[in-house]
Write a protein that binds this ligand. Sequence first.
Ligand SMILES: Cc1cc2nc3c(=O)[nH]c(=O)nc-3n(C[C@H](O)[C@H](O)[C@H](O)COP(=O)(O)OP(=O)(O)OC[C@H]3O[C@@H](n4cnc5c(N)ncnc54)[C@H](O)[C@@H]3O)c2cc1C
Length: 526
Amino acid sequence: MQNKVLVIGSGGAGLVAALNAHEAGADVTVLTKDYPTRAQTSMAQGGINAVLKHSQNDSVEAHIANTLKSAHGIASEEEVKKLCTEAVDAVEWLDNIGVQFSRTKDGKIAHRRLGGASGDRACYAQDYTGLKILHTLYDQVISKNIEIINDRFLLDIITKQNKVEGVSVLNKRSGEVEVYSANAVVLATGGYARIYDKHSTNAVGTSGDGIAAAIRAGARVSDMEFVQFHPTALKNSSILISESARGAGGHLLNSKSERFVDELLPRDEVARAIHEEMQKGEDIFLDIRHLGEEFIDEELPQERKLAKLYENVDPVYDLIPIKPVAHYTMGGIEVDKNSQTKVEGLFACGECANHRVHGANRLGGNSLLELVVFGREAGVSAADYAKNISVDASVDKIESNNILDEINTYTNDINFYEARTALGDMFYKNVGISRDKKSLQESLKTIKDYISKLHLMGVKDKSKIYNTNLIEFLEFKNMLELSRLVLKGALDREESRGAHYRSDFPNENEAYAKHTIVDINGVVAS
Ligand SMILES: Cc1cc2nc3c(=O)[nH]c(=O)nc-3n(C[C@H](O)[C@H](O)[C@H](O)COP(=O)(O)OP(=O)(O)OC[C@H]3O[C@@H](n4cnc5c(N)ncnc54)[C@H](O)[C@@H]3O)c2cc1C
């Protein structure tokens, strides 16, 4: 078998990789645990950064400088340059394939300001940017007859002598394990912020499955301790109110109606300022009333709907109660300049990968951009690699069945749903905006305890068809594996940098201006 590329995940990164691998001549199949248009990319609101030809008072150099500043010294200058330089191509490509960007009066793609940016740089489609991008990509994939197989949960990556041979998946519809052989595999399975459970803006399936599978297969991951907290999620539901609300002039107020921070600083600084106010007992609100109903309905219609639906307030007339919650995970699978991991033929892109462009704190609008720039790189690299490699199609099914066989022997003495909620609460409290040695050590102890008791937390539902109990257990198991790495990185990094704030080491320390790299055996380099 030759030329076969599997893409795991159908968010923005996966679909961009699939389209580009197809274009480069590969035979592509996309496998995904949900329905494609339900991927988290559809939730992105604020925009995608690009300095376009008609941009005024802005430059690619400024985009690079803002990204590097926000990354706090641990981004790769070369990769950031690539990201920002290729942004214009990325957005023009999206425009050409039909993404309905909002326009200026003279028909040009409109820009808005997001935090940490020195210019109005985010291209947007009202506040439905991710939804419109994802649906357009999906249309393209369908029109090119690229095969998408839904309801397949990635279990493991199958390798031989550190080379990819395929993947094993659980078919959610039948409950059977299936094996797909391939010459190259692209992981595009998203991040791990759902470890924080209800204290996260993320979709429920954002459990880092692909990252956990990559480590098990021999890949390395890095910078797992850097988790971004978004300043403005709705207080009761953790649903995001986009940064574009602050970009348009929204104010943050405490209970005394005082503004206490420059709302357009990078997210780490704004989130920390809110956290400090909350520690003093203040409630925090986002105020966009002064923007007016016409503007809100034209530019921020989704934010108004979400606030009404989930917080029972109308932002045209009311203050919006908010709090910071886990939003984006900067850490991920280590990749080289071709988006390839340490495992030959295994590529990664999107939030599950660490292309070293966000460093310690991602800039709003740079993730959607990353999906296009590095999704393309991963797709083309995988197709090139697949052309020159042949794989024995009869990969080993027995080993991949073992995980489920083993889980079947677990008892139900402990309810893992309760443990999952407790894990989220503990992470929000102890591994949140502010951490210290004691809180991190306590959390690591609890995680090790959970891991040692996994065999007592088994799945009650033994049915085969659409067994959500089993899927949620698999996700919980992956989150536990990754929690350990987040904690290890956070404990080792005895300094504060970007989103990683240690109250016992409040300053940045040059000695830690490096990446924390981990493999299955523990820390490889830091
Ligand atoms: C509310 C919200 C608003 C945001 N707004 C913006 C914004 O305005 N601008 C910006 O730049 N960024 C924004 N972001 C961040 C950005 O949307 C994400 O980082 C990005 O969409 C991630 O894309 P992805 O393709 O890597 O992963 P996802 O879109 O998360 O897709 C992952 C895919 O992998 C599949 N998958 C996962 N696990 C498995 C498994 N075990 N087996 C098979 N398939 C699997 C999923 O089903 C899904 O199809 C926002 C994020 C959120 C949550």
